[in-house]
Design a protein around this ligand. Structure first.
Ligand code: HEM
Ligand SMILES: Nc1c([N+](=O)[O-])cnc2ccccc12
Length: 289
């Protein structure tokens, strides 16, 4: 059924900004992770994967219950590599154990985007930890080998339109694929920890070649050492997606705007918030100097 958010009346934006700051400082502190990419990208991924189990057809899954904390979900093969994000967040939870896991995972994803110089992401607390037996079954996260109709159909499960789908996948401007996690590898060059429209610029402008990687999976590689998943490349292979890819490659502000709206919708999928609950907009560390 629909999950109704229960905001903690005793906590204010100040309390959540403290959690944001602890996450942001830890990202800065542990900058050597994954060849100096840092923890930002996998914090975005754990926020997306904890929300990406939502299914509007039976109103199950999503970020509300914080079930990513349970073995069944974190051990989903689609979540390979995310234990490192969970371990990163463990001391944060220990210090602020008044927060729910659903709020912590999504707040971490908001912090990571903003600290990577991305757009402001309005955020609402009130997710409530649910018991282990509510953990959704494995297999609800998307397949990287999907084509454009697969991608459109997959995100249709959340009620996302083409604009929301293309904007969300623009988060692949961050981080990299790891052969040991997903069977895909690269980009070998400096994978980025700065949020930008580069994913769309690369997708359009690089000279892509489909080839088998060391795990025997096909991916698109470019002479500069960039890569695209088949599901990334699918955004070039559909006219409506391609139009959006071009728009974002030419206008980073438009991408930032659309990404922020779609990311909020993703992180809040399946949750009903009280009508009078205004979202919090957090300051970055730099804005609090
Ligand atoms: C068609 C949809 C999508 C597919 C098939 C997909 C697939 C993947 C795969 C295979 C990886 C590599 C994981 C690894 O090897 O470590 C990855 C990484 C990543 N994904 Fe996606 N993804 C999708 C959508 C999204 C969305 C909607 C977001 C966020 C809004 C996102 C954010 C990320 C980030 C930040 C990384 C980098 C993680 C790191 O550097 O460790 N992805 N994705
Ligand atoms: N950096 C990335 C790119 N890229 O173009 O740099 C493309 N696809 C990706 C898919 C998952 C994670 C990172 C990606």
């Amino acid at each position: 059924g629909l999950n109704v958010a229960i905001p903690n009346k005793s906590k204010s934006i100040k309390d959540y900004q403290n959690v944001y700051n602890d996450i942001a400082e830890k990202i800065r502190e542990e900058d050597e992770f994954d060849n100096y990419i840092g923890y930002g990208p996998i914090l975005v991924r754990i926020a997306w994967h904890s929300s990406g189990t939502f299914d509007k057809n039976n109103m199950t899954g999503g970020s509300f219950g914080g079930t990513m904390r349970f073995k069944k979900e974190i051990n989903d093969p689609s979540n390979a590599g995310l234990k490192q994000a969970d371990e990163f967040l463990a001391p944060i939870y220990k210090k602020h154990s008044w927060i729910s896991h659903g709020d912590l995972y999504t707040l971490a994803g908001v912090t990571a985007v903003q600290e990577a110089q991305g757009p402001k992401i309005p955020w609402r607390p009130g997710r409530v930890d649910q018991p282990e037996n509510t953990t959704p079954e494995n297999g609800r996260l998307p397949d990287a080998t999907g084509d454009s109709s697969y991608v459109r159909n997959y995100f249709g499960r959340f009620g996302f339109n083409d604009t929301e789908i293309v904007a969300l996948i623009g988060a692949h401007c961050l981080g990299k694929t790891h052969l040991e996690n997903s069977g895909f590898e690269g980009p070998w060059g400096a994978a980025s920890n700065v949020f930008s429209n580069e994913f769309f610029v690369n997708l359009l402008n690089e000279n892509w070649k489909l080839q088998k990687n060391a795990a025997g999976n096909e991916q698109y590689d470019s002479p500069k050492g960039y890569m695209m998943l088949p599901a990334d490349f699918a955004l070039r292979q559909d006219n409506k997606f391609l139009k959006l890819v071009k728009a974002y490659a030419n206008d980073q502000d438009l991408f930032f705007n659309d990404f922020a709206k779609a990311y909020v919708k993703l992180l809040e999928s399946g949750i009903h918030f009280p009508a009078d609950q205004k979202p919090f907009i957090f300051k970055t560390l730099d804005e609090q100097e």
